[in-house]
Design a protein around this ligand. Sequence first.
Ligand code: GLC
Length: 752
Amino acid sequence: MTANGMNHLLWLLPMAVTAQVAAPSPATPAVRIEALLRQMTLEEKAGQLSQFSAGDATGPEAHRHDYATMVAAGQIGSFLNVIDPAAIGAYQKIAVEDSRLHIPLLFGFDVIHGFRTIFPVNLGLAASWDVPLIEKTARLAALEASSQGLRWTFSPMVDVARDARWGRIAEGAGEDPYLGSLIAQAYVRGYQGQRLDDPSSVLACAKHFVAYGAAEAGREYNTTEVSDRTLRQVYLPPFEASAKSGVATFMAAFNALGGVPASANPFTLDKVLRKEWDFQGFVVSDWTSIQEIIAHGAARDESDAAAKAFLAGVDMDMGSGLYLAHLPHLVRAGTVPAARLDDAVRRVLRKKTELGLFEHPYAPEVSVPQALPEDSRRLARVAAEESFVLLKNAEFGGRPVLPLSARPGLRIGLVGPLADAAEDMLGPWGGRGRSEDVVTLRAALEVRAKRDHMRLLYAPGADVLRPDAKGFQGAVAVANRSDIVLVAVGEKGQWTGEGASRAYLDLSGKQEELIKLLHATGKPVVLLLFNGRPLTIRWAAEHLPAIVEAWFPGVEAGPALVNLIFGDVNPSGHLTTTFPRSVGQEPLYYNALSTGRPMSDEQSPNRFTSRYIDEANTPLYPFGHGLSYTTFAYASATVDAKAISAAALRSGATLTVTTEVANMGPLDGATVVQCYIRVTGTSVARPVRELKGFERVSLGGGASRRVQFRLGWNELAFWNIDMQRTVEPGELRIWVSSDSVSGLPVTVELTP
Ligand code: GLC
C-alpha cells in the first residue's frame, strides 16, 4: 500500500505555519552532520540524546520541565507523547528557527496496533499468521501517525512471551521465535516503507531489548534468568530479524538479564547488536530505564547510571534527563570518550537526515474527514476477521453450533459485559483510537438482526471486574427467551499491556458464574472471549459447545464478529500462544525441552515422570490450534531425501517436505499449514518441536493442493554445546500439521 494509494486518507490539521526553513547547504548529509558535530557544544550533544515526554505519561510520572525553553537551548532532541499536530508544529518551529543550530526534533509515540484506525491487539494480529496483512496494518498506522508529524513509533514489540501471566504478552507475536521474526519484519517494512524520507514513513523501534518477556513468574519488570543458548535460540532471533530488515532503532529493556540491567548491558547492546549484527541505527532507553539502573543496584548514583548506560550502548535517554545532566561532565572527566559521544549523536542526526527532517521538519498539509475512511475500516475488519480463533465448535441439536443460519424470527440472546464495551475493544496501547470509532458486537448485531428480521435480546449480565450478581436474573431471562445465546466475556482492555501481570488467569468478577447460569438454561451458548492473553477457561471448554477467541479486535470488532458468527467469513486464525488448563502450568509453551523423564502417557502416568499429580501436562489449547467451519485433511508428509549431510546443507542444499491439504467440506476456507522439526542425538537437548515454516492456504470447498516447505541451513542450525551455530548429525523428525501437537513425523538422517 503506497502513500498515494491511500490518498483517500486525508487528515485535517490545524497546521503550524510552515516557516521558511533555511535552505540546507548543498553539502551531502554526511558532510552536514559532521559540520554540525563540529559546531555542537557538549551540552547540545547531550541534548540531542535526550528525549522527554511532554504529553500523557506512559510510565512513572516524570517531573515536568519548561520544554519550550529547553528546545530553544538545544537541550532536547526528541519528544514522545506529544500528539497534537499544533503542539508538534510549535515545538518544531522553536527548534528549527530559534535554537542555535536549527536541528529539527524527532517526535515519537507508541503506535502499537494502529494510530487512529485501531486494529486487533498484536497477539490477535499474530493469530492471523497473515504476514502481508500485518504489514498493511503497519503501513496504514504509519500513514496516519506521520500525517500528524509523528515520525517514530516505539513498535514492533518483538519480545517472545511464554507466560500468560505477563500482561505484555498481548503486545507481541506470542511464544515462537520463527513466527515472531517474520512478523517483526512485516511491522518494520510497514512502518518504514520503501524510503525513510517518504513523508508517510516512520522510524520503527524493535523493543524491548532483550528477554523482557522472560520475567520470572510473569511478574512485570521482574528479573530474567536466561541461558546464553536460550537467549540465542528464543529471545534474540526476532531482534536479529528486525535488525536485518533495517529497523531504524532499538529500545533497551527494563529487566535485568542475569543480573545485568538490559539498559546497561554491553553484551547485548554492543557485542551482539553492534559487533555481530552491525546495527547502524540508534538505541533509545525505555522510560527512565537509565535512572532505574540505580534501583537495580547496579549504579551508585545518576552519574554512574548515565555512564554505564551510555558506555554499554544506549544512545538516547527516554525521560530520565540523566544524559542531559551528566554526559557533559562525564566527557570532561574522561569517563566517556568524546568520540563515543559523537558516535551517538551522529546516529541520531543520521536518522533525522534519512527521514528528511532537515528539509521537511513539518508534517505535510493534508485534510481528512473526522470519521474513519471506509478503506481503513475495511482493513481493520479483515484483520479482525482473520485474527479470530475458533477454539471449539461442537454439535448442538445435530449440527455444529456455528455458523448461525440467519432466518426471520431467530431470537438471539446477547449477554455479557463485553458485548457493548467500545473502549475495551481497543485493548492496551490504543494509540489515538477513539471509542466512538468502535462498532461493538451489540451494535453490529442490531444491524444484522434488523436486516434479517431477527430478534436481538440483550443483557450485560455481569461486570468484567466487580463480583456482583445483580445482572444474573436479567441475563437468564434473556437466555430463556432466546434460541441461541452469545456470551461476551474476558478482560478489561487495560488488564493487559504494561503493568498488568496477573497471578490468576480465570475470568474475573462473576463472569464464570454467569456462563454457568446461561448453560443451565439448556440453550446453546457460544462463548466469545475478549482478552489479551490466554485465560484458564477449562469449565467453558468442557461444557459449552462453541468458543471463539476474539482478542481485543479494534474498531471493527462488531462487524467482523457478526460476519464470523453468521458464516460470511470462515474462521482461519490459529493460536500463537499456548492456553493452559490452569495457571500453575505457566510458563507453558510448545517448543519446550523433553526432560530426561518425559510424561509418556497422560492416561496412566508414571509417578517418576515430569508431571503434576493434580493437573495434566497438556495445554487446554496448543500453539497453532485453530478450527474452521470446514475440515482440512492432511496427507502424510513426504521428504525428498532420507539423509542429508551438514556439509551439503552448509553449501546451500535443502530438504523439500511435501504434503497435500484438502478442504473436505463444501465451504471455502483458509487454514495455516505448519511445518515443525525436532532433532535428537545432538550435543545439546533440542525442543520437542520447533516451527520452521508455515503457509496460509485458502481452498474452495472440496479443493486440495500440494504444500511444500524447504528446510536448509537456516532452519536446521542451532547453538550447540560450544555455542556455535551449526548443524550437527542427528535424527531429524519433520511434521506438517495444523497445530503443534498433531501429525505424524517423517524422519531424515542428518549426517556429518
Ligand atoms: C513504556 C514501555 C515502552 C514504551 C515507552 C514509551 O514504559 O515500556 O514499551 O514504548 O514506555 O511509552
